[in-house]
Design a protein around this ligand. Structure first.
Ligand code: CO
Length: 493
């Protein structure tokens, strides 16, 4: 039996989950050669919220980070997390922007692309996967794990088959909320291995305390790789710690080998970094919280909810709003809760409680109902859909949503030129997503403004009493008839 391999997430998901994505390249570089020398099957270093954090908070060019890490850790494949057609943002981008991003990223040294879509609509992965294949890099198609009546093992396996047909080299099970039970992990891995035949990776979070046990079950079922981090950027809302995982596998025929002295060296090093990032860490992220299992709502979303409801003067409505979440999910076709759908479902649940159920429907929830984010896993509630169609004067979009978006690279390049910015692909693809921040990074001066990317053209907007400013930074702003919902974006990657 082959030993299981570990991918290490400390340089991406570890600090995204436990320290608000604030680890700087300078804080990463001393650890990179050690991580590189240990036999991890991959180092997750890029994508998710790291691009945003580099530009918005750290004043760093994310491509320079990648090049520096490649130089410091040349022997281990580097992994990025890509939100399919959303790239690393919250709205959809045209195919030419997605393809240019993947090409620029490949040229800068990225090896493995973990690609997912919030609705698990494989059409939203197609452009990214095809471009990764063209670049000769590794495409890992991700299945967003969630719990609902339509999310059966059979449905997930079918998704795996579809990802294989798309040309993916491997399949990832992406349990962003940390809710996969060990037995489910076992069955899902077994079936994916049997029916799809590609290598399978399990990625989970220890939010509810299930992470390490689910890894163990998946390893028994033949999973090829699991993803671990280095404490203290591990456990809680992060990935299980490597040392802890090795201890659980002691005596197991698939236990991999890691140098304990180097693991200890990393622990000591990252303890220090964790202290430096103390402003961004929180006991709420470090502990196991079984609330997630009761509500089937990601932990980060619950804690954000408490704050948002307080701001709306609705603190007494917490239980009511949380109970509304599954109803909203069901009405919108049992969509998984992951960036950006988690924010949208949460906001709509809040509006249902405040104004009465489906009395007001926020723009992004309307867009989900209309298929503009892709095909939902289950049927959209026909009454809700009829109401949205009537209010918007629009019909359901059945084609691939990105088909409706015109190519944008030429226009973006002209915008860059007009602003005196470089017009190379790296700059242009970053500008597409973070225009103000890129300008500030390159020209210097002032704090980056949190304004949305205007170039992320979504399909023609209907006349609505509601509008959103999705896209930039940590806020999703939803205006409803004078009421303003400033929703903190909890990134669940
Ligand atoms: Co994750």
């Amino acid at each position: 039996m082959q030993p299981v391999t570990f991918n290490n997430t400390v340089l991406r998901d570890g600090h995204q989950s436990l320290a608000a994505t604030r680890m700087s390249t300078a804080q990463m570089l001393p650890a990179a050669p050690i991580l590189d020398s240990m036999g991890f099957s991959g180092l997750e270093t890029w994508g998710g919220a790291t691009i945003d954090a580099c530009l918005r908070y750290l004043g760093e060019n994310p491509f320079e980070r990648l090049r520096a890490l490649k130089q410091a850790a040349p022997n281990t494949p580097q992994i990025m997390l890509l939100r399919g057609q959303n790239i690393v943002q919250y709205t959809s981008f045209p195919d030419d922007v997605v393809a240019a991003f993947v090409r620029a990223n490949s040229a800068a040294g990225q090896d493995i692309f973990r690609i997912f879509d919030a609705l698990n609509d494989v059409r939203n992965l197609a452009t990214a996967v095809t471009t990764v294949l063209d670049c000769g890099k590794h495409a890992r198609g991700e299945i967003c794990y969630t719990i609902s009546p339509v999310h059966t093992i059979e449905a997930f396996v079918q998704l795996g088959v579809d990802l294989q047909k798309l040309g993916c080299h491997s399949i990832g099970i992406k349990d962003m909320s940390g809710i996969i039970a060990p037995r489910v992990a076992y069955d899902l891995v077994k079936e994916l291995k049997r029916r799809v035949g590609l290598p399978v990776t399990l990625h989970t979070h220890d939010t509810a305390g299930l992470g390490a046990a689910s890894y163990l079950a998946a390893i028994d079922a033949g999973v090829d790789a699991v993803e671990t981090s280095i404490a203290p950027f591990a456990n809680g809302t992060g990935q299980p710690d490597t040392v802890r995982m090795l201890a659980m596998l002691k005596g197991h025929p698939r236990c991999p080998e890691f140098d304990p002295a180097k693991l200890q060296q990393l622990r000591v090093y990252f303890d220090d970094v964790y202290k430096q990032l103390g402003k961004f860490t929180s006991p709420a992220n470090e502990r196991v919280d079984s609330d997630i299992l009761i509500f089937q709502v990601p932990g980060g979303m619950l804690s954000n909810f408490r704050n948002q409801l307080a701001e709306q003067g609705m603190s007494d409505k917490f239980d009511e709003v949380v109970r509304e979440i599954p109803l909203v999910r069901e009405a919108l076709g049992w969509i998984p809760l992951v960036t950006p759908t988690s924010q949208i479902v949460g906001t709509q649940a809040m509006m249902n409680v405040k104004f009465g159920r489906w009395k007001m429907i926020c723009q992004p929830a309307q867009d989900i109902a209309l298929g503009k984010y892709g095909k939902a896993p289950g049927p959209v509630n026909p009454d809700v859909l009829a109401q949205v169609e009537k209010a918007s004067g629009q019909q359901v979009v059945t084609e691939r949503p990105a088909n409706l978006l015109a190519p944008a690279m030429d226009g973006l390049r002209q915008q860059c030129a007009a602003k005196g910015l470089p017009t190379d692909d790296e700059t242009v693809v970053l500008f597409a997503m973070f225009p103000q921040q890129v300008e500030v990074l390159i020209k210097g001066g002032g704090a980056p403004a949190a304004t949305p990317a205007t170039v992320a053209a979504s399909p023609a907007k209907p006349r609505q009493p509601a509008s959103t400013t999705a896209g930039a930074g940590k806020h999703l702003i939803i205006n409803v008839n004078g009421g303003r919902y400033d929703v903190t974006v909890e990134r669940l990657d």
